[in-house]
Design a protein. Structure first.
Length: 195
């Protein structure tokens, strides 16, 4: 479960309002709820790496949507939590100051695909050699809206298609990730393996 430590109060209220609405997606279903049976390792991770975060001490305001870099930062660190997956290690995230996380946006974090195979998150800093420094805004838009990377490959889970992002959100995220410090980290994308 991602942690939304920087989600604005207004966004949080919107989520709650939707959860309380009569949206068809929220109708009761006949499907039985699967009882969670976390492994010992998962329980250990919950105690060590995924500890609860402190409750915010002050209200979290809405981002300035007229400043693309500031808005993009909010989207990457607050609303969509991109940085958590795309930095080096969940255990080394800095929840209070995300940009101080180890390997911020430089990828390498270990995740699991649907088939429980290991996949490493890519480097999304503007480094030309190992990140997305040579990408255009349109290449980036394809990732977000079509779930394809620059070379046309379909991106694998747990990267999800963000089809509902508005053009303004995509442009702001793009502007912001162009502004983060370049990190040279050559992540093995394992395109040759069936993950
Ligand atoms: C749950 C973890 C997770 C989250 C959250 C996530 N990503 Fe990803 N992302 C991945 C993984 C894993 C891949 C690699 C998929 C592959 O190799 O097929 C990826 C791929 C990408 C790529 C393609 C890079 C390349 O070189 O091919 C971009 C760009 C990207 N993500 C940006 C984002 C942005 C922006 C967000 C937030 C809106 C985000 N991601 C949220 C895990 C995540």
């Amino acid at each position: 479960m991602p942690k939304f430590a920087h989600l604005s109060d207004e966004d949080l209220r919107s989520v709650i309002s939707w959860l309380r609405s009569d949206d068809p997606q929220l109708q009761a279903s006949e499907e039985p709820t699967i009882k969670p049976e976390p492994s010992l390792f998962t329980k250990f991770l919950c105690l060590v790496a995924f500890k609860p975060i402190p409750y915010p001490k002050a209200p979290i305001p809405e981002p300035d949507t007229t400043n693309p870099v500031a808005y993009g930062k909010y989207l990457v660190t607050g609303r969509y939590d991109c940085y958590a997956c795309h930095s080096a290690d969940f255990a080394k995230l800095n929840m209070e100051e995300p940009e101080k996380s180890l390997g911020y946006c430089g990828g390498g974090n270990t995740m699991l695909t649907m088939n429980a195979n290991v996949i490493y998150t890519p480097n999304i800093t503007p480094d030309e050699k190992t990140g997305i420094g040579n990408w255009t805004e349109d290449d980036f838009r394809k990732v977000m809206h079509e779930s394809k990377n620059k070379s046309g490959k379909a991106l694998r889970y747990p990267m999800l298609p963000y089809t509902a992002l508005t053009d303004q959100e995509v442009a702001a995220i793009w502007q912001y990730i162009r502004s983060v410090p370049k990190l040279c980290n050559d992540v093995d994308r394992q395109w040759d393996k069936d993950l």
